[in-house]
Design a protein around this ligand. Structure first.
Ligand code: NAD
Length: 329
């Protein structure tokens, strides 16, 4: 399948384009960019043909390009909805980066557009394609240590805020720790438990208000059916990367649990989960390409991205009301 990347920033440039050089079932064919200076560099690096280069004003013309089957949205979060819908209306399958969108309503509109245009919609939750992660997901079902009793997950990095204008530091384009990194612990406690939360409480903190016009650190606690609880943290103030699962008869943890490589784990009784040696992004895109080629539902459909965004909205609501318990039922 031919893939066009929309938005040629950090993630497209450093991770997705290189990964598309090692994928087996899809390849980089097109680009959509608002920065003309990037075009010759990308064309030279990846042999992208002139008829596969678009900007945001003529992107709809991708509809007439048979070399492109999939459009991958790698834009600031607040633009995911608009360009996913544009891609679906051009009749192309849509891969969209996490977080899926800003609100549940936006997610619903994206799902509807993809259904109406009979194209697949897959969200870039690479961890769900990662083999060590898949092992512990299988344990939520097989329960080797008995039922899960509680979970803890935290993900963050130290953001120096050098470029104060960057969209990740501002609300308007979907910045903030919760949207950027918080969906990792949120998604992790859901995939690791295979449970859906029934309520959430949250608290947000900004210690460097000169830099962050958004949440710098967010704490959130989820309660699942049957009394299972999860505590989560996300931050732009420190480097954290841990997923812990406690069970009736033991437990396990992954640390790191969401890095691009080296995701590894151990159980309380001494089993070591060794890191996957392949390329995560390539595996994700090959899995998603095969779903399209075989006409099977993708591993991480829009509905999965939307479940998280619904909870993210409740997290913002709770934090705005001093940590009030918000029901998700
Ligand atoms: P980035 O800022 O490096 O790149 C964003 C790109 O969008 C830039 O090329 C920018 O020029 C372009 N753009 C188009 N319109 C814009 C506008 N109006 N304002 C600002 N920029 C605009 O960001 P990034 O880190 O590459 O993140 C892009 C997306 O990828 C985000 O949704 C992010 O959450 C996601 N991401 C996912 C992972 C992952 O591991 N799955 C990792 C990093 C980023």
């Amino acid at each position: 399948l031919g893939v066009a990347l929309v938005g040629l920033g950090y993630y497209s440039r450093d991770l997705l384009a290189p990964a598309l050089q090692v994928t087996e079932h899809c390849e980089l064919k097109g680009i959509v960019t608002g920065s003309p200076d990037k075009i010759p560099v990308w064309q030279a690096n990846y042999g992208i043909e002139d008829h596969c280069v678009y900007n945001y004003n003529n992107m709809h013309e991708i509809a007439n390009n048979d070399d492109i089957d999939v459009v991958y949205i790698v834009l600031p979060n607040a633009l995911h909805k608009k360009y996913s819908i544009l891609a679906a209306e051009a009749g192309k399958h849509v891969w969209c980066e996490k977080p899926m969108a800003m609100t549940e309503d936006e997610c619903m509109a994206m799902i509807k557009a993809c259904k109406e245009n009979k194209v697949q919609l897959s969200i870039g939750y690479r961890m769900q394609h990662e083999p060590v992660t898949q092992k512990i997901i299988s344990w939520a079902r097989s329960k080797p240590y008995g039922a899960i009793t509680s979970l803890y997950a935290e993900a963050g990095f130290y953001h120096g805020g050098r470029n104060k204008d960057h969209w990740k530091l501002h609300k308007k384009l979907g910045g903030g720790a919760m949207y950027d990194m918080g969906v990792y612990p949120l998604n992790a406690v859901r995939y690791a438990s295979q449970l859906e939360p029934i309520s959430v409480k949250a608290r947000m903190e900004v210690k460097r208000p000169d830099i962050f016009k958004v949440d710098e650190t967010t704490y959130f606690d989820l309660e699942f059916k049957g009394g299972v609880r999860a505590s989560c943290k996300t931050s732009f103030a420190e480097s954290i990367n841990l997923l812990k699962v406690d069970c009736e008869k033991g437990g396990y943890e992954l640390s790191p649990f969401q890095s691009y490589s080296g995701v590894k784990g151990k159980t309380k009784d001494g089993i070591i989960l060794k890191p996957f040696q392949g390329n995560q992004q390539a595996k994700q895109m090959d899995d998603d390409a095969l779903s399209i080629l075989n006409n099977k539902p993708p591993l991480v459909p829009g509905e999965e991205g939307m479940k998280d965004i619904r909870i993210v909205e409740a997290i913002f609501q709770s934090a705005a009301q001093n940590g009030k318990l918000i029901s998700l039922l």
